[in-house]
Write a protein that binds this ligand. Sequence first.
Ligand code: FAD
Length: 463
Amino acid sequence: KPSLVWFRDDLRVQDHPALLAAVADGAAVGLFVLDEASPGVRPLGAASRWWLHHGLEDLGRSLAELGIPLLLRRGPAATVLPEVLDALGAGAVYWNRRYGGPEREVDAAVERRATADGIHAETFAASLLHEPWTVRTGQGGPYRVFTPFWKAASARPVRSAWGLPDAGRGAVLSLPECPDGEGLEAWGLLPPRPDWAGGLGEAWEPGVAAGEQLLEDFASGPLHHYDEDRDRPDLDGTSRLSPYLRWGHLSPFQVRDRLLAAGGGAGASVFATQVGWREFCWHQLHEHPHLATTNLRREFDAFPWSWPQDGAEEAALTEAWRRGRTGIELVDAGQRELWATGWMHNRVRMVSASFLVKNLGIHWRVGEEWFWDTLVDADAALNAANWQWVAGCGADAAPFFRIFNPNTQAKKFDPERRYISRWVPEAGTPAYPEPVVDLGASRRRALEDLASLRAEQRPPAVS
Ligand code: FAD
């Protein structure tokens, strides 16, 4: 009987425990389900759909080299999986675990059904160095602060990455027919005309080989001065591995192994901490499945996020921010980089997010949704946790009163204006718009709102 491997956020064949288990059984079949129908599962953004299309092509090729077919199906996974397992006459199903709330419910339903049908179901850890529930405080609860979280996590043993499965452990004799309306072309993940994804294709090559090459290039060069260069959007100082980690073309175990081989140093240690932030964001999402929609610090529920006078004003300001036409150079440069390439440097993400929330007075969820739609690395945990961090309402967040001045940030981190000139060539000319907001006045307003929120929430004095 063949075994089924259900691929999700792990589009690779190396260091893939579920695939290794299936191949050890004998004949294996891969499956990817485009699930936009299960309750609570967030539909992918447009840039993610673009990446997924190419990522699945890449996965299909790699599996074919191992003699393993990849089936593509669309629909609620809890319905699709039993159908495919039945059609294949499969004896087992394997997958690597996911940590989002709705996804875990889907996976539990699939596991229950498979077991009830007499099919062996087994799951593995593959996408995080430390599964969220394995890092616990002395009291047995989750961590709310990064530093102790990462200290506790770093004390735990971590396995090395596993290699490729052996090819040709037995062919699957009969595969179910691909139903009409299924398959990559039919899914229409690529943008319709006009094709806005041209810039994405120039900036990225989705798939395993490109991810491995980036890791190699980074580890043998920029890693060693990452501690100094990582905040500079004008330099190639960071790894750009985020979409490869998001889609699982690379596992964090492979990244960690390569770091260790690069042999320590300040750069490697700061980089390992950033990968630790990735783990912490998932730790948070696991505890708070509604991280993308609900303030973690509930006192911020009463915060007057939206200052613009009316819906039309808010829409115009939001659009200026999205398109990089706010008249604030570093913010505009970042937003244009995002629109053109599906990625933005981390320092600029922080500055741009802070500007939207604290200078324009627009709710962080508006920004989170735009990033979700436009980032090729859009990640359910990292995006939500970082927006809450910048907005000041998240776990271990930067305090709300710490407001970036985008112009000071630009002077510090783009000293020769190379990043700004690249993305906003008309900056400093009459063609460039005036700032849509006064930075000083809006900063004061944000602080006043924070003070009034605190005053309202202070418990009445006991007489
Ligand atoms: P490097 O500096 O090379 O870091 C290596 C890896 O560490 C990254 O690939 C990433 O997996 C992890 N990492 C780095 N910084 C962070 C961080 N602040 N939080 C968590 N993990 C981190 N990252 C995403 O992958 N997806 C998102 O949707 C996302 N949304 C963000 C939204 C906002 C408002 C902000 C401020 C940050 C967001 N980040 C997100 C985090 C960070 O900006 C990106 O991971 C980073 O810029 C990716 O570039 P890199 O791979 O070159 O990073």
